[in-house]
Design a protein around this ligand. Sequence first.
Ligand SMILES: O=P(O)(O)OC[C@H]1O[C@](O)(CO)[C@@H](O)[C@@H]1O
Length: 392
Amino acid sequence: MPDTPAAPVIVADRPGTFPYGVLAERHPAIVRQVAEGTPYGPDRRRALDALRTDCTEGVITPLPDDAHDHDRWAAWGMHAHAGRSWHDVPWLWSESWFYRQLLQATGYFEPGPWQGVDPFRPAKLAELDAPATDDELAALDALEDLPEDERARALLHGSLWGNRADLGFRMSAEGAEEQAAVPALVADDSDRLWSLLDGSPPGTLCLVADNAGRELVPDLLLIAHLLAHGRVARAQLHVKPHPYYVSDATTADVLDAVRRLTAAKGAAGAYGQGLRAALTDGRLELRAHPFSCAPLPYADMPDDLRADFAAATVTVLKGDLNYRRLVGDRHWPATTPFADVTACFPGPVAALRTLKSEVITGLDPRTETTLDADEGGRWRTGGTHALIQVRT
Ligand SMILES: O=P(O)(O)OC[C@H]1O[C@](O)(CO)[C@@H](O)[C@@H]1O
């Protein structure tokens, strides 16, 4: 990292702060939502109740030695954090640990009736099947009359603002969307992104997905468009190997989204057909690397994932959590250059994110001052503002 001194890592140890609230309020609410969403039996309910207490009052207790991913979590620092409060370890670590414990409580990994049952599926399907999705798919027909580059820009913004489809966030941010009269980009390097996607011969796009449903659909539309118009020859879509952060996308969610598109009329249906063809002939490849659910920044990624990103024309990281992992989840001054804090990423990288936590870099000082003056700190966490930041 150029001579930018590393800022402190975020820890959720101060009551009244956003990270603290996520552990103390959002997590127990998510446990309640999961228990209400699926008719688990008494034993699973007891495990969920125990987690609701443990994640607010407990300490980090290592996985059993025979857990399928014990060694992985040991390598990710589990024993180093053993016995400490969830509030005293890095926030990123604590959050990721919560979702691992939630799958433990629901029996997701264990042989038995609940193995492989996504505890968030009811919420994901309700969102994907919402009438609003029909409206968004129907709106695609109007894009067909636009020149290709304007259509590409519209789909890029669809993918960006799709990031508001974060069901975990929605639970505690009722009305956030309505508040934003004019959605504003606090940083916009999209021209740099297009220059990367104008190269010849066309290369490979890596898109690291975030939320399923109404975020994943516009991500897939963007990929379908870039493939169909020869802006990229191949695309790698990185999803999660198991449910994570409520609505993060898994392979099952990709299949649901492609099915939803393929079943639609008009342009949406054609996009669906194009995606099915790209998946079957290999131009669109799915990846579900275990590190995508790791409690660690991308700087610590393993070599095979690093090789994927190094070989890409550009890697697009979607969403707030991926942004935090890209910049190391630290209290950076907002004006810290984006290129400095992303120097460790192995290839050109673009962040498409709506702001839902305090971490931010690469801002123009006037932008920060104006936003603070107009909105206090709300612009950082309310999901009402977004950014497109690119390091070539
Ligand atoms: O779905 P996204 O965009 O990664 O947002 C994740 C949200 O969850 C958080 O981890 C807080 O729980 C924040 O990063 C953000 O508010």
